[in-house]
Design a protein around this ligand. Structure first.
Ligand code: SF4
Length: 434
């Protein structure tokens, strides 16, 4: 291999196998993909040690990708069950899985994932450090924080969320600005607490160059975490969020100088009317780096339905610049998601991604809708189930309510507009009342 990272290859005029795979999938010329990777506007997370990876590109000119968070926890410790959920998520169309394991032998599960799962794998090493070292937060050393990143890189993780943007200066600003919902990022809260407890600078900020060397060695894409993402619509676009974003912009430039690929994490909770501006500000400050949004949830008042509040925000965000959506399940803010919650979250996220792809004019996006509406016009139920985002649910719903006539459904019966217009246009009679 005569290159270090995908970005390094791209800048040296090399079209890698991963770039060719992305080009085929997106139906875009491979040379164009190379150019975008070279500029940092497209990231292809592809750790050299993740041998079974099917690489995907993340960039706003490509199909919007979705991420599913899974992993073992104290309540769900069975690795086989968790791996089954992972594979199910991949089957349902998740391009990326973030392993947020927070209990048990996390390394074993991580290695199992990078050995068997073709999806792009991401982690948050900060969570894992707390589990792995199994000691008081204040006693974790700066070296240990860095070592855990190296361990994840060696294990084949394609991208890592690291909260480098919350340094002592940002933390001071956050304390002064008195936010409505403080810090709601799990990783951000851990590193903020560590800084407060020890009086030290954030090791990921202070030793950023070492971090970049690790990423360069294994070709890990840095997902620059947003510790100050708004946890309520009241905090959206506030001083803490924007100050951290400015730092992330500076860190992006430093990463690109070392040919390390970057994606930027974003909100959070955000009212609909602020999303477009927020995407544009991010694009400007971070020089077009791909944006990875956690929602955004457009209202705070719908626990139990936050897959919907997030999908509304995700569709708007992806239309105006985000390229990667982190799914949100109905269990958000309430409990660990079940398998059904995971499924609901994936579908909601895929709807948001696809809606944005239509709006952005992504190649081929509308074809799917064209085919579905054709099947509807023809009242071809089998074809509709085949094309449906969740064919199993569509089939079940129809089966649950049998119409009088096969060529209608129980919504309008013989008043079926589709059937009747087809008949009239064929020159046939229409039998509504008999
Ligand atoms: S019966 Fe009504 S809802 Fe059902 S397919 Fe026909 S027009 Fe559509």
């Amino acid at each position: 291999m005569n290159y270090t990272t995908q970005m390094n290859a791209a800048r040296n005029g090399i079209i890698t196998d991963a770039m060719k795979t992305v080009a085929d999938y997106e139906q875009i010329d491979a040379e164009r993909i190379r150019e975008l990777v070279a500029k940092g506007q497209l990231a292809i997370p592809a750790n050299k040690n993740h041998q079974c990876l099917k690489p995907y590109g993340i960039g706003d000119m490509l199909k919007t990708k979705i991420n599913v968070n899974l992993g073992t926890s104290k309540d769900c410790l069975d690795m086989d069950v968790e791996l089954e959920k992972v594979m199910e998520a991949v089957k349902m169309g998740a391009e990326s899985i973030m392993d947020l394991s927070s209990f048990g032998d996390t390394q074993k599960f991580r290695r199992k994932l990078t050995a068997e799962c073709p999806a792009v794998i991401g982690t948050v090493p900060i969570y894992d450090a707390v589990v792995y070292y199994n000691k008081a937060l204040r006693d974790i050393t700066s070296d240990e924080w860095i070592d855990i990143v190296r361990m994840h890189a060696e294990d084949g993780v394609d991208f890592m969320t690291i909260h480098c943007g919350i340094n002592r200066a940002t933390a001071e600003r956050f304390k002064k600005s008195k936010r409505h919902t403080n810090i709601v990022s799990r990783g951000g809260s851990i590193i903020f607490a560590w800084m407060e407890l020890t009086g030290n600078e954030n090791p990921f900020f202070e030793r950023y160059d070492e971090l970049l060397e690790i990423c360069q060695q294994y070709d890990v894409t840095l997902s620059l975490g947003d510790a100050c993402r708004p946890g309520s619509i009241e905090d959206a676009g506030d001083v803490s969020q924007i100050e951290e974003l400015v730092t992330l912009g500076e860190l992006t430039t430093r990463a690109w100088e070392k040919d390390v690929q970057v994606i930027i994490e974003g909100p959070g909770h955000m009212p609909l009317n602020q999303i477009q501006a927020n995407m544009e500000i991010q694009k400007t400050i971070c020089k077009g780096a791909p944006f990875y949004v956690l929602g955004p949830l457009v209202t705070d008042v719908a626990p139990g339905y936050d897959h919907i509040t997030a999908a509304i925000g995700g569709a708007i965000a992806a239309t105006y610049g985000a390229s990667f959506l982190c799914y949100v399940t109905p269990a958000e803010h309430l409990r660990l998601p079940t398998v059904d919650d995971v499924k609901e979250g994936i579908i909601a996220s895929k709807i948001a991604a696809h809606a944005a792809d239509i709006a952005k004019g992504i190649k081929g996006a509308r074809d799917w809708d064209h085919d579905m509406s054709e099947a509807r016009r023809e009242l071809d139920w089998e074809r509709q189930f085949e094309l449906a985002m969740d064919g199993e649910k569509a089939r079940r719903y129809r089966a649950e309510s049998t119409p009088e006539r096969e060529d209608t459904c129980t919504m309008c019966g013989k008043m079926c507009a589709v059937r009747n217009i087809n008949k009239i246009l064929r020159g046939e009679d229409v039998d509504i009342m008999d």
